[in-house]
Each structure stands twice: as C-alpha cells, then as structure tokens.
Design a protein. Structure first.
Length: 538
C-alpha cells in the first residue's frame, strides 16, 4: 500500500496537510501587584514552562504576561494580546501555562476560548496538570479544572463580601471617604483606618450650619465656599447635603436595608441633617438677620486683599456706615456712601439707552451672537457630559469590584480617587445649564427688559431685590479699588455684557446710515469682547 500511496493521492486529489504550527508561546501571570513585585511565582511558572518546551522539542516564539492580572475576567490586556498573537501567527501550535487557573478563572468562558483555539490547531497545555485534550475524557477534565477555578473564586468572593459586611456593621467605612474627609491610614487594614475631617471639611461644617439655619441659599453658600478657596457648584453641594456620611451614618449598597452608625466624626448633627433634607421642615422664607438696608452689598462685595466677603459697621460719631474685611485686613474699610456711588456708576455703564429701530434690532442681533458664540462650546460641552457619564460609570464599576473582592485596597484607592477628582472637575465645567434654543429667546427678552431699567431696579428695590440683581449681573461678586475709587467685577453675566457691547456700537451709528445685522455681529467681536461664560442666569 505504501508504494501506491502517492498514486492514490494524485488520483483522488488528496492533499497532505503539513503541520506548520510547531512553535509555542508561554503565558504567566499572578493576581496582585504584591505577587508581581515578589516575582517568585512568575519565575517559577516560567521555569516549568521552559523545561516542558525543551523536553518536548517546542521552539518558544514569544513570552506573554509576566505581570499581575486578575483572571476573574478574560478582558485582560496582556491575555488578549496573547490570544490575538496566537490566532494571527500560523506557526503557533501550543500555549504553555503553569496551571489552568493561570490561564483563566472564568469557568465556561475559559472552556469556550480553549475550544476555539483547538479548532485553529492551537493546543492549551498546563505543564503541571497532565491532561490529554485529544479525547472526550481529557476535554471534560480540562473543563472541570476551569470550573473548579471559577468555584474557588466564587468562594473567595463570598468570604470577602461577608467580611466586608461585618466590618460595615461595626461602623468601619471601606471606601475612599467623601470630600471633606481624609484617611490618614489608607494603606492599612480597614479596622485601622483613621478618617478625619480636613480643612475642606471645616468649611463644609459651616456650609451645613448656614443651610440648617437658612442663613444663606445654596447659590450663596457656593459663592462663599468658592471665595474661601473651595471649588464647588450647586449640584455638587446638593449631593453633599444629601450624603448621610456627613452626619456619621453609613448607608451602603452592600447593606441596602441597614442604617449604621459610623466610627468617623460627623460634620453635622443628625437633627440638622434631617432638617436640611426634609421638605416640610425647611423654612420657606429667607432670613436676613445679618443684612442691612444700609449695607446692601455685603453678600457680593469682596476684600481686595484676601478675597473674603466684606461685612459692615456703623460709626455713631460720624453717622456713617462702612464696609470692612471680615478677616480684618489692614486698611480695608471704605465708606458705604463711596462704594454705593461707585456701584451706581457701574450700573449706569450697563444701562441700555437706545430706542426706536436700534432697540427693535437688538434681540435678533443678540440671538445671532449667542448662537455664534455657543457653536464653539457645544462640542466641548457634549464631550464633557460624555466624559462625566463615563467617569461615573467607571467609579461605580471599581466600587462594585472592590466590594466583592475582585481588586485590592491599593488598586481601588488609586483609581477611585482618580475618577472622583475627574468627576468634580467635569461637574465644575457644567455648573449651570447652558442657554438652549428653548429658552434663549425668553432670556434675551428678559435681559433687555432688565438692562433698560438696571439703575432704577437697584435704587428702588428692597434688600432682597438689590441682592438678587447684584448676583444676576455679577455672579462671582465684585471688589472695590480704593486707589482709583471704582468697583471692579470678577465676571459679568454674558447677556448684559453683550447688551452693553451691542448698544455701544448701535449708538455710534449715525442717523440714516444703513448697516446689516451680520456686520454688527462682526463688530461686536472686533471690539475685543470675550465671553467668560455662556450660562444663562436669568
């Protein structure tokens, strides 16, 4: 028969397959960074795989792994790189691993990957677990090893989760503490953590008191915190006010039906926390015990030296009111009459003083300019929102993985702090909603109405009206330049900045001269107008 074999092959067109997959790759891994730094396990795995390759005449084409990767999921960077290499390289016939749990602990999914590799002519060999996968019994044995690894993981996870639940019930917080707190022993065991109130926490303690006593609105508290150097927005502040951690109470997804008294020091009392978050216990009317009709700028005027809000006092001998720095900066006290006169002059500068055709054209010009300005920001806003959603999703994922024991404390702390910092930064960019097509026309209409009567509204308004107008025009407050006797603003509402810029140009147009709307829009840009924000604050 042997002498006729070639004749039969030629007669029936039988092509003899040559096995070119005679090379092997070695994959090693450990689960944690500590194991990788120790390197004992990695070197042992590599040694056994190399000895097996030499003994069986395999040529080693490449090494993969050599680092720490949890095998609970098969979406590992180095693991996927190894699988891709094996499938694309037609000379690879073997993947050598120390044991099946080094390859994967995902159970059925690991069996599927091994089966797909086998169909491509790539054999998975665990050098310390002799299994012949060329027959049904060997394949079943291999699958058993994969399932056993998965079962071992599930047992470890349950044990870890049970331990974490017991620590929670004893009042130990197991994750990165919220803003205002810091853990001075974060690389120790959870029972040894020391969660303390930091400098921001001291400011938040004041914020909780302001809110509990209804001294300031949320917007005012945000402004005060920002002036004190703590970057904050209303959305973030609202989340802080609703977080029970600040009143010493632990509520976790791990124990959804339990309320636990934490071991950390609270920033606010439980009674005040409940008061702040119970609608029926909130005082509807605002209180202004610290305000005065004679000192209406107290909640907006900042010290030119330190940036803190200024307070006021009355000199009986002169019969005059003065503004002074809350932090008692030397020489920072000014006659209230002088500052009020300067502030009135600033309002006069923003007064809209055009009539007739120019006034009729103004809404259309402003709408065109707003749309033009917003185009450059729309893509950035969309990207910021997308990134914010992704960062929150990543934070939820890593918290869940840590809660069930899939990652260690060091990895969790590193990445959770990174994502939390990203979230705070991204939320700062989205502090207030942007003008949209649905409210742009209304905002412009209301803005023009106010701009026509700014001086009158402030002069005739009560204390609340004055304060509301000040915050509307100059959201970040203002300061007083004592040397030049003028009020300086940190930021002007873009709507009123646009009104002033466009009205100044319209006022310069001679009677009878014709000019196109788009030409006016171009002139506004040419004047050097640079919008600080596109947020609507009307």
């Amino acid at each position: 028969m042997s002498e006729n074999k070639k004749a039969f092959e030629k007669l029936f067109g039988i092509k003899v397959k040559k096995n070119n997959r005679n090379k092997a790759i070695i994959y090693t891994r450990v689960s944690t960074k500590e194991q990788a730094d120790n390197n004992t396990s990695l070197s042992t795995q590599k040694k056994f795989c190399e000895e097996y390759a030499v003994k069986n005449g395999f040529e080693i084409a490449e090494y993969f792994g050599g680092t720490y990767e949890s095998a609970k999921t098969d979406e590992r960077k180095e693991f996927q790189r190894m699988i891709k290499y094996a499938r694309q390289n037609l000379t690879i016939g073997y993947i050598l691993i120390y044991s099946y749990d080094r390859f994967s602990r995902s159970g059925a999914n690991a069996s599927y990957i091994a089966d797909e590799l086998k169909k491509q002519g790539i054999a998975l060999i665990a050098v310390t677990q002799k299994v012949d996968t060329s027959n049904a019994g060997g394949i079943m044995q291999q699958d058993f090893f994969f399932l056993l690894s998965r079962f071992d993981n599930e047992m470890r996870r349950d044990k870890t989760k049970t331990g974490m639940m017991e620590l929670l019930r004893k009042g130990h917080w197991l994750w990165t503490p919220p803003r205002g707190y810091e853990n001075t022993n974060k690389f120790h065991r959870a029972v040894d953590w020391n969660i303390i109130i930091n400098e921001e926490g001291k400011l938040l303690r004041e914020a909780f008191q302001w809110r509990a006593k209804n001294t300031y609105s949320s917007a005012e508290i945000v402004r005060k915190l920002n002036l004190l150097g703590m970057q904050m927005n209303e959305r973030r502040l609202s989340e802080i006010f609703k977080n029970p951690f600040y009143c010493g109470v632990l509520i976790s997804k791990m124990l959804p039906d339990e309320i636990i008294l934490g071991k950390h020091e609270p920033i606010v009392s439980q009674e005040d926390f409940i008061k702040i978050n119970t609608p029926e216990s909130k005082i509807v009317s605002k209180t202004y015990e610290t305000m005065s009709d004679d000192l209406p700028l107290k909640k907006s005027l900042c010290c030119s030296e330190c940036g803190h809000l200024m307070t006021g006092f009355f000199v009986k001998a002169k019969g005059l009111y003065y503004y002074k720095c809350q932090k008692k900066c030397t020489g920072v006290n000014v006659s209230a009459n002088k500052i009020h006169e300067s502030f009135q002059n600033l309002l006069d500068e923003h007064q809209l003083n055009i009539e007739g055709l120019e006034l009729d054209l103004l809404p259309e010009i402003m709408e065109m300019k707003f749309i033009e300005l917003s185009k450059t920001d729309s893509n950035e806003i969309a990207a910021t929102k997308t990134k914010l959603t992704q960062s929150k999703k990543e934070l939820d994922t890593i918290e869940e993985r840590y809660a069930i024991g899939k990652i260690d404390t060091q990895i969790y702390t590193k990445f959770s702090e990174k994502y939390k910092a990203e979230i705070v930064e991204l939320e700062e960019k989205l502090t207030n909603p942007n003008l949209t097509s649905s409210n742009l026309e209304k905002c412009i209409k209301n803005g023009i109405k106010i701009a026509k009567n700014i001086s009158k509204i402030w002069a005739s308004g009560d204390l609340f009206d004055k304060h509301k107008l000040q915050h509307l025009l100059f959201p970040d407050g203002f300061t007083y330049d004592k040397q030049n006797k003028r009020v300086l603003t940190f930021r002007t509402n873009i709507l009123f900045e646009l009104t002033r810029s466009i009205s100044d140009i319209l006022a310069e147009i001679k009677n009878g001269d014709s000019i196109k709307i788009d030409q006016i829009s171009a002139l506004v840009t040419a004047t050097g107008f640079k919008p600080v924000t596109l947020r609507a604050e009307i």
